[in-house]
Write a protein that binds this ligand. Structure first.
Ligand SMILES: NC(=O)c1ccc[n+]([C@@H]2O[C@H](COP(=O)([O-])OP(=O)(O)OC[C@H]3O[C@@H](n4cnc5c(N)ncnc54)[C@H](O)[C@@H]3O)[C@@H](O)[C@H]2O)c1
Ligand SMILES: O=C(O)CC[C@@H](O)C(=O)O
Length: 387
C-alpha cells in the first residue's frame, strides 16, 4: 500500500488512475508521494517517508529542488501538459491589449438600463477602437512547450514572429514554424517587436530580465505579455513604463500588489492552465509518473534527478539508489553485491548535474545487512528495494 497527499486540487481523472493499492491521506508529513500545483513548499518540513513530489504543471519554482535532491526526494513536473491552455490565453491577452474589449464591455454593462443603448453605443464606440494584430511583430522569448505554440499560432494570425531561445531543444526546433525569424540577441527582439511575450522559467538568470534597461530598448507603445512568472518582470519598472506611456499594455497572469489599477495593465488571476483539458492532462501525467516511480523505480520528467527507465519490474528484486554524481559509486555498489554472491541481471546508471540514479535488477533477494551496507556508502541519499 502506498500513501499520497494532494496539496492542491488535482483532477479526478488523474487520481482515479491510483489503484486500490494507493490510499489518500490527510497528513502530508506521512505521505510517500505528494501531488501539488502552485502551493509553495519552500520552508516546509518533508516527512521521512516522502519519496516523490509531482508538480501537476510546468513551473517548479514553488519547490526547493536542491533540498529535495539532497534528501532523496524525486521531483517531477508535467512538461507541455498545459501548454495549449496557456497559448490560448496568451492569444486572448494579445487581442485584449489590441482592441478595447474590456472597456467596451464595461461601457455596455454601465448602460444596460438605457432604453436607447443601441444608438448610444454607436456614438460611444469610437472611444474603444483598437488596432489589429495581423502584420504586427511579435517577439517570443523562450521557445519551449508554450513559446513554440504561441509563436506558431501567431504566424497563423498573420503576425511576423521573432523567436529567442539560446537553449532551444531539438524537439522544439523541429516543431517551430519555418517562417519564424531567429533573433540571436534579446536587444534585437526588443528593438523590433510590437508585442513581446515571455515564456521562460523563473531562474536566477531570468528573474528580473524585463527591467527598465530592457524596456528602454523596446518600441514606444509596446505590449508586454507575461504568462510565465511575476518575478521575470521588475514590477516597479513596469509600473513606471506604463505611467510614462512607454509600454501601452502589460498583460500578466500574475497579480502583484499595486499593478492592477495602473492604466494599461491587464491582470489575470493565474488562469493560464485553468482549463479542464490542461488540468486533466497535468493530473494524468503527474499520477502516471508517480505510479511508475513508486512501483517500478522508473523516473520520467524529473527536474532534480535523471530520467531512467528499466521497464516494469517483473520477477526480479529491484534496487533503486539515489546518490551524488561522483566517481566509483557503481563500483562500490557492485562490489557489495558481488561480496554477497548476488547476481545483477540488469543495471542502469544515469546522472543529471550533481545527482545520479542507479537501478539494479538482481536474481535473488537481498538481506537487511546488504541494504544497510548499500545505504551506508558515502553520498547515497536514499535506497529502495522493490520486491
Ligand atoms: N500561467 C500559467 O498558468 C503557466 C502554465 C504553464 C507554465 N507557466 C510558466 O511558463 C514557463 C514556460 O513553460 P513551458 O511549458 O514552455 O516550459 P519549457 O521548459 O517547455 O520551456 C522553457 C523554455 O525557456 C527556454 N529558456 C530558458 N532560459 C532562457 C533564457 N534565459 N532565454 C531564453 N529562453 C530561455 C528553455 O530553453 C526552454 O525552451 C514555466 O516555467 C512556467 O513558469 C505558466
Ligand atoms: O496549476 C496551475 O494552475 C498553474 C500552473 C502553471 O503556473 C505552471 O507552471 O504549470
Amino acid at each position: 500500500m502506498f500513501t499520497y497527499h494532494c496539496l492542491n486540487p488535482i483532477a479526478e481523472v488523474g487520481l482515479s488512475r491510483f489503484s486500490s493499492d494507493y490510499a489518500h491521506i490527510d497528513e502530508p508529513e506521512k505521505a510517500e508521494a505528494i501531488l501539488v500545483r502552485s502551493a509553495s513548499l519552500h520552508g516546509k518540513e518533508f516527512g521521512e517517508h516522502l519519496l516523490s513530489i509531482a508538480r501537476a504543471g510546468a513551473g517548479v519554482n514553488n519547490i526547493p529542488l536542491d533540498e529535495c535532491a539532497s534528501k532523496g526526494i524525486v521531483v517531477f513536473n508535467t512538461p507541455g501538459a498545459n501548454a495549449n491552455g496557456v497559448k490560448e490565453l496568451v492569444i486572448a491577452g494579445m487581442l485584449l491589449a489590441s482592441r478595447d474589449i474590456i472597456g467596451g464591455v464595461d461601457w455596455v454593462h454601465d448602460h444596460e438600463e438605457d432604453g436607447n443603448i443601441a444608438g448610444a453605443a454607436e456614438k460611444a464606440k469610437a472611444a474603444f477602437a483598437g488596432r489589429e494584430i495581423e502584420g504586427k511583430k511579435l517577439g517570443v522569448i523562450g521557445l519551449g512547450a508554450i513559446g513554440v505554440l504561441v509563436a506558431n499560432a501567431a504566424t497563423h494570425l498573420g503576425m511576423d514572429v521573432y523567436g529567442y531561445d539560446p537553449y532551444v531543444s531539438v524537439d522544439s526546433a523541429w516543431r517551430l514554424s519555418r517562417s519564424i525569424h531567429h533573433a540571436t540577441t534579446l536587444d534585437e527582439l526588443y528593438k523590433e517587436c510590437d508585442y513581446i511575450s515571455v515564456h521562460v522559467p523563473a531562474l536566477e538568470s531570468t528573474i528580473g530580465m524585463i527591467d527598465k534597461n530592457a524596456i528602454s530598448l523596446m518600441k514606444k507603445d509596446v505590449v508586454v505579455l507575461n504568462f510565465s512568472r511575476d518575478t521575470l518582470v521588475n514590477g516597479e519598472d513596469m509600473v513606471d513604463a506604463l505611467v510614462a506611456g512607454k509600454v501601452k499594455h502589460y498583460v500578466t497572469d500574475f497579480p502583484i500588489p499595486g499593478i492592477a489599477g495602473v492604466k494599461g495593465a491587464i491582470v489575470i488571476p493565474h488562469l493560464g492552465a485553468s482549463t479542464e483539458e490542461s488540468e486533466d492532462n497535468c493530473a494524468k501525467m503527474a499520477v502516471k509518473q508517480t505510479i511508475d516511480y513508486l512501483e517500478n523505480g522508473n523516473i520520467k520528467n524529473s527536474v532534480n534527478y535523471p530520467d531512467c527507465d528499466m521497464g516494469r519490474r517483473g520477477e526480479h528484486v529491484r534496487i533503486a539508489l539515489l546518490h551524488e554524481n561522483i566517481p566509483n559509486m557503481l563500483g562500490r555498489f557492485t562490489k557489495i553485491l558481488g561480496d554477497h554472491c548476488i547476481n545483477i541481471a540488469d543495471l542502469a546508471n544515469k546522472s543529471k548535474g550533481g545527482y545520479a540514479y542507479t537501478l539494479m535488477d538482481v536474481d535473488s533477494d537481498i538481506s537487511e545487512e546488504v541494504i544497510d551496507q548499500l545505504r551506508s556508502v558515502e553520498c547515497v541519499k536514499k535506497i529502495r528495494v522493490l520486491r
